[in-house]
Every structure is written in C-alpha cells, then in structure tokens.
Design a protein around this ligand. Structure first.
Ligand SMILES: O=C(O)CCC(=O)C(=O)O
Ligand SMILES: [Fe+2]
Length: 331
C-alpha cells in the first residue's frame, strides 16, 4: 500500500467489515423511471430520498430493452468460455480498470481474493493498451459491448442529472463530467463471472464471491440475472451492527447504488453503501453467476468539489487511482 492509499476514510470503512454478520430484511426502494422528462422532479425526489437513506435502489421502466440485457449476458459468456490462453492475451495492467483478471481482486475488507474472474472495459484504455480481444478470437464482441456500454452510460447520466438538480448544479453537470468523447473518460463496464460452486468443498464456501466493499464511482448500474442472487447490502447507519440484507434480482429491475465518488461530491449527503456477494446457501442454485455492473466514474480531469466544500478538491483521476491501487496492490 502506498502512503496515499491509507489516508482515504473510505478505506478505513471497508477494513472493519470483513466478517459474516447477520441477515435482516429491509425495504430496498423501487423507483419507476417511466415518462422521465415529464416526471423528472418527482423521480429526482425519489432517487434523492433513496440515496440519502440507504444508497441502494432498483429502477424499472429504465429504457434498456430486456433483449439487449439478455444479449449482453450471452456475449459476456462467450468471453469467459474462451480458453485461458486466449483470455490471457488481454490481461488487466496494474492500476488500470481494463482487461481480464482471474481471482486478482483482494478486498481491503477480507484480505482474500474474490472468487471470480472479470473483464473490464474502459473505452480509452482498450485502444491505448490494446485490450480488445481480436475479431478472430471473438467476432462481434467489441461492437456489441460498446453498444451496451453506451446504453448504460445514457441511463447513468439520466439518473445523475436528477442528483445534479437536487445538488443545485446544472442538470448536465455530471454528463459533462463523464464526457464519453474525451480521452479522459474512465467509466467502466465490467463483465463478472463468479465460478460455479457445484461440487465444491465445504471450506470453499467460507470465502466470498465478492468481499464487502463500497464502489469507487459516482453511480453503479448493476445488471443481474433472476435466480442468480447473493448480493447483500449493509447500510451506513447500521454498519456497526453488521446486519446484511439480501437484494434478490428480478427481471425488469436494475439495481443501482451510490459510490464513494458521489458521496464525496455531495459532501456526504448521499450514501455509498457497503455491499458484497455471498456464496450460495445449501438449498440455493450452485451454478455459475454472471453480473454486469457499469460504473459511472467521472473523467480523470473532472474536479470533485461538493457544493458545501466539505472536502478538499481532488481530480477523479487521482481519486480512482488511489482506490484501484488499494485493491490490486499485490500485482
Ligand atoms: O455481482 C454483483 O452482484 C455485485 C458486484 C459488485 O458489487 C461490484 O463489482 O462492485
Ligand atoms: Fe460493488
């Protein structure tokens, strides 16, 4: 760990929360995004309330067709099915959110690697570092994933425009801060494969599919598949009690959460919430689990400075680099 990494309060929060804890039911707000332009103020109020209270919510009538989401999962799987030697042609470089990694992410909360592999797609890095699988290895992958990336960006920006409204910024404030035409762009689509636990040994179930963490970004748009549960959240106010709540995926609903970048940008008014992916329980589906999170991460040159000036200004590039290094420090 370098000197900068351990000065972020966000890391101290993660370091205390690796244990199993208990499970309780909580209401996760569900928000209808239909007729968005006409209902924007009402939607903004609901998003704000959910994000002040818990930092997690699910949206429906969100504008991304179910067929497109299903197709993105199918395309993601074509990548994971490739032979290891082919996936290893596009490895994740140190300190970069792009390329393929296998059990490389060690969460500060657990100190053990998440039981998963992932391919991260951060557009400028894919070109700069040559991280796209070749058309020979995976025909059409790049085009399909770029299209899905864009759909997620659009949904993310619609939601973030509501937060801008509530924070007293121009409505397009966050859209400009996540400008996709800039080489400073660093929003990331991540394809995640949690390995099947069928036939696994009892001791394998003591680790995590994804250890407890809060996300680094402004906003996460998380696609999951019905029947492939395991996501749990532990809201900030209750974190000391270590009480976790299951958030089961439902078709038509996209789970969203506030990340640390927006918490800081809102002077801590909005909550980034601890979450994790637990192992399946005895009577649950044991097969592989896929998820597709899109992380709205402001461009490297965007300056994070809240309306109340609670924190020193920091660029989003500097902020993210510190967080990535704290998770992949051993590489
Ligand atoms: O796979 C999931 O459901 C959650 C993944 C997650 O929290 C993350 O990648 O940050
Ligand atoms: Fe997360």
């Amino acid at each position: 760990m370098n000197i900068q990494t351990d000065t972020l309060a966000e890391l101290a929060k993660e370091a205390t929360i690796g244990g199993m804890g208990t499970t309780v039911d909580r209401e996760i707000p569900v928000i209808d995004l239909s007729d968005f332009d006409n209902r924007k103020h009402e939607i903004a109020d609901a998003l704000w309330q959910a994000s002040v209270d818990i930092g997690f919510f699910q949206v429906y009538n969100h504008g991304i067709a179910q067929d497109d989401i299903d197709a993105a999962f199918d395309t993601a799987w074509t990548f994971f099915e490739l032979p290891v030697e082919v996936k290893a042609k596009t490895p994740m470089p140190k300190g970069i959110n792009a390329g393929w990694e296998f059990r490389a992410q060690v969460r500060p909360s657990t100190g053990t690697p998440d039981n998963k592999e992932s391919f991260q797609l951060t557009r400028p890095d894919m070109i700069r570092l040559n991280l796209w699988p070749s058309e020979d290895d995976l025909p059409g992958f790049r085009e399909k994933m770029l299209r899905f990336e864009r759909q997620n960006w659009e949904l993310g920006m619609r939601i973030l425009s509501c937060f801008a409204l509530k924070m007293g910024f121009a409505e397009d404030f966050f859209t400009k801060a996540h400008d996709p035409s800039s080489d400073q762009y660093q929003s990331t689509l991540r394809l995640i494969h949690y390995m099947s636990m069928e036939g696994a040994k009892p001791e394998d179930f003591t680790s995590w599919r994804a250890g407890a963490h809060s996300d680094f970004d402004c906003l996460t748009i998380l696609h999951q598949k019905e029947g492939e549960g395991g996501l749990q959240v532990c809201p900030g106010k209750d974190a000391a009690l270590k009480e976790w709540t299951d958030v089961p995926p439902h078709k038509g609903y996209i789970t969203c959460n506030i990340g640390d970048m927006l918490m800081r940008w809102s002077d801590d008014q909005l909550q980034s919430t601890l979450h994790r992916v637990r192992m399946p329980r005895e009577n649950e589906y044991m097969g592989r689990r896929l998820s597709l999170p899109f992380f709205c991460q402001a461009n490297r040159d965007a300056v994070i400075e809240g309306p109340l000036g609670k924190y020193e200004a920091i660029t989003a590039g500097e902020y993210l680099t510190r967080r990535i290094n704290a998770n992949f420090a051993k590489k």
